[in-house]
Design a protein around this ligand. Structure first.
Ligand code: ADP
Ligand code: ADP
Length: 228
């Protein structure tokens, strides 16, 4: 589903964030990326959905090469949903409007069609009763569940999570991880950057350790977490 080969990425300030990074992700696989701050995890996720240009190497997603073709880049942006550390919801819009809008703009749905999906997804993340709330009236964990519902509304084939629970108070981390685990169980292909090793053990198929722009170690989850 994802083929990333020998990716190099140097920022204009000279920082080499990725120094020959390769990763294969199979359909329905959940790959967890761990590593110290600044090792390039977030850069890799941003390259995968085309938010960041790569200098060398290649990325192919669901058989579509991420090249300079505008059409391919648009197709990939639609197939890859991303959830960030900060929830990035529109603060002046209700939960309903936040999730409807993306579908109407990108998926060209009318309001009625969008609304159906919005309600389905809010039910799924346990947020239907907050459909009229504005983001500021919700807890961090609730906002993040809405952000996940919004990403899912685009019907992505792949979901990327960039430290989705790092900004949350401890008591709210669990509710977001539960939603992520449910997605993993449904067979969503996922690349997850997280410090939550419990999630890696329960939901991860493959664990990748990054350091200084490279993979220094990787293992299947069952091997990594099995007792020696
Ligand atoms: P097996 O069937 O023996 O478990 P895999 O197909 O899982 O073999 O893995 C074969 C090789 O590819 C191993 O070196 C493994 O570390 C690597 N690998 C497996 N899955 C991934 C992945 N998602 N990303 C990167 N490398 C992987
Ligand atoms: P991680 O997600 O593992 O913390 P990042 O991918 O955010 O790592 O960062 C990798 C390296 O690239 C770090 O040294 C970081 O300071 C640098 N970096 C990240 N984003 C930018 C940017 N937009 N411009 C310049 N340097 C950046």
């Amino acid at each position: 589903m994802i083929q990333a080969k020998d990716i190099k990425k140097t920022y204009p300030n000279g920082v080499e964030a990725l120094r020959g990074f390769s990763l294969l992700v199979k359909p329905s696989e959940v790959v967890v990326i761990v590593g110290p701050s600044g090792s390039g995890k977030s850069t890799f996720l941003r390259c995968l959905n085309g938010l960041e240009e790569i200098d060398r190497g290649s990325i192919v997603i669901d058989n579509i090469p991420l090249d300079h073709s505008k059409q391919n880049r648009m197709a990939i942006r639609r197939e890859v949903g991303m959830v960030f550390q900060s929830f990035n919801l529109f603060p002046h819009m209700t939960v309903r409007e936040n999730i409807n809008l993306a579908q109407m703009l990108v998926r060209k749905k009318n309001r009625k069609q969008a609304e159906e999906t919005t309600k389905d997804l809010l039910g799924k993340v346990g947020m239907l009763e907050k459909i009229e709330a504005k983001p500021g009236q919700l807890s961090g964990g609730q906002q993040q569940r809405v952000a996940i519902a919004r990403a899912l509304a685009m019907k992505p084939k792949i979901m990327l999570f960039d430290e989705a629970t790092s900004a949350l108070d401890p008591e709210m981390i669990g509710e977001v991880l539960e939603v992520m685990k449910a997605l993993a169980n449904e067979g969503m292909t996922m690349v997850v950057v997280t410090h939550e090793m419990g999630f890696a053990r329960e939901a991860g198929d493959h664990i990748v350790f990054m350091e200084d722009g490279l993979i220094v170690e990787q293992a299947d989850s069952r091997d990594f977490f099995s007792n020696p």
